[in-house]
Write a protein that binds this ligand. Structure first.
Ligand SMILES: NC(=O)c1ccc[n+]([C@@H]2O[C@H](COP(=O)([O-])OP(=O)(O)OC[C@H]3O[C@@H](n4cnc5c(N)ncnc54)[C@H](OP(=O)(O)O)[C@@H]3O)[C@@H](O)[C@H]2O)c1
Length: 330
């Protein structure tokens, strides 16, 4: 009898305690093609170069998905070095080891790498110009991967490391990588806007929500599925944009909040939004006034234009599914 042998790929997910990681684990564990190893910060701190080399070198995964990050946007303004260590320099460690062991490296970035001044949004190759500490740290992370990919391509001299030299040439495998930029992420296992709105609605009669920042929400489960799609369809290395679909002008946080509470999705079974809450549009200026917790500049226009991947499903459909999901009963 001829058996159908499926060659499983060893897939390492880093930052396993996080929101996106939780959906990545679910999506990849559901497939027989992968053996998933998920490490949280206690298993591996990605800023520790020695441990990164030792542990990942020993495991030798085929695919490394880095979902570890410093995502406290405002805190990053005060603790820039810490944010930079995780979101920026650590990517050098990961890119180097991925290159050495020939693993595909997948990393997530953000709309915050752009300055948010373009009302038409940003394509994959548009010039980043971050306006916040978080955005800068994420931009450095992207650069670490791109520089490693560039440097570790082609042939190198064993002795001096240069692209020419004494003739003792070693061939370094080119780094295969995907940098996936996303925005306004929400998912089952993490702090996010949707849950914050619902929780606040239980406590307050009205909510002021910013109406002059525009972008596109992304359901983490859809991003996890898109990641699997990229791998399985063998897309070339590069930068990709993935969010749920909105109109070209995106939506505001106010639009997002209204939809959460609308009859269509907000009152859906399971979420139990019983109280009527009034949503009031506010400007960023009004919202920030007197609030010491808001320190970072946020992009006015955050739409990530996706020119390389199939379009994702509509944001309202994804939101509805999330609201109907199992966490709904919390
Ligand atoms: N959330 C968004 O709205 C959004 C938007 C666009 C892009 N992104 C990007 O999407 C990715 C996933 O975001 P997310 O919202 O899922 O993040 P998250 O929920 O904050 O998860 C990040 C995880 O990384 C862990 N971590 C922090 N420092 C680490 C280190 N040095 N070594 C290993 N693990 C470490 C965190 O652990 P602790 O909790 O213990 O610190 C946490 O479990 C990130 O790259 C983020 O920049 C997010």
């Amino acid at each position: 009898m001829v058996k159908n042998i499926i060659k499983t790929k060893k897939l390492l997910i880093l930052g396993a305690g996080g929101m996106l990681a939780s959906d990545l684990i679910k999506i990849f564990q559901n497939s027989k093609k992968y053996r998933v190893i998920a490490w949280g910060i206690k298993d591996l701190d990605i800023t520790n170069e020695k441990m990164v080399n030792e542990k990942i070198g020993k495991l030798a995964p085929d695919i490394i998905i880095n979902a570890a990050a410093w995502t406290a946007v405002d805190k990053a303004e005060k603790e820039f070095d810490k944010a930079m260590a995780v979101n920026g320099y650590a990517l050098k460690n990961l890119a180097e080891i991925a290159s050495q062991i020939g693993a595909l490296l997948i990393h997530y970035s953000t709309d915050y790498v752009f300055d948010g001044k373009n009302p038409n949004g940003y394509k994959e190759n548009d010039e980043p110009n971050p306006e916040s500490a978080y955005g800068q740290s994420k931009f450095v992370g992207e650069q670490m991967i791109l520089m490693t990919a560039f440097h570790n391509s082609g042939k190198r001299c064993r002795a001096c490391g240069a692209g020419h030299g004494c003739g003792k040439i070693k061939v370094i495998k080119p780094l295969n990588y995907y940098i996936i930029r996303s925005s306004w992420l929400y998912g089952k296992d993490g702090k996010n806007f949707v849950d914050t709105m619902i929780n606040l609605a239980g406590k307050l009669p009205e909510l002021k929500v910013v109406n002059d920042q525009r972008g596109s929400p992304t359901y983490a489960l859809d991003l996890a599925k898109a990641t699997k799609f990229l791998i399985e369809k063998k897309f070339p290395s590069g930068i990709y944009h993935f969010t749920n679909k909105t109109s070209k002008k995106g939506i505001s946080w106010y639009d997002f909040a209204k939809e959460i509470f609308s009859a269509q999705s907000g009152s859906a079974e399971g979420r139990k939004i019983t109280k009527k809450v009034k949503i009031i549009p506010a400007t960023t200026k009004e919202f920030y006034k007197g609030n010491k917790n808001y320190l970072a500049n946020r992009p006015e226009y955050s739409m990530l234009v996706n020119t390389k991947l199939p379009q994702a499903r509509d944001w309202k459909e994804a939101l509805k599914e999330y609201l109907l999901g199992s966490k709904a009963s919390k």
